[in-house]
Write a protein that binds this ligand. Sequence first.
Ligand code: ZN
Length: 184
Amino acid sequence: MPVSSGSRAGTMRAAQAILVEIEADAVIPPAGTQMAPIEIELMGEALTLARVAGARGEVPVGAIVVRDGTIIGRGGNAPIVASDPTAHAEIAALRDAGRTLGNYRLPGCELYVTLEPCAMCAGAIMHARLARLVFGARDPKTGACGSVVDLFAEPRLNHHTSVTGGVRAEECGMLLSHFFAARR
Ligand code: ZN
């Protein structure tokens, strides 16, 4: 006997609610969780780009795009030097990766960024159909991966990208707090 569309919609809603709960729990690895050596190494590459951005006088945020363990895109935060409010590290890394692949979509790719992406960058990550986002420090002011809003937990928006936060979070955060302390 066919299942009525009403009960199917109800089942879908229940499944999505469970999924949202699981994803919310999965975002930040609990204290003491072992990070994969490759994640530590790749976040190190993003940290290097963040330091370069900081040396230019920009808020130190860096990002890379990785496919099959190879870096195919790099970006540092540059809105001041570029006079461009969209010149966030993630956008620069996505553009670089798009040029590398000759494709505006980046399926199967991962983005590593030192700071939790904002709503603009979360949108760009979704448009690129990235397989995975890995970020370092949380951004309580503009973070769109759980801190202010969680766009990736919205099943009507996101069907492609899994999210891991908190990788080398302390180093990523220290870089930012040192930068702002030096400017005071
Ligand atoms: Zn952003």
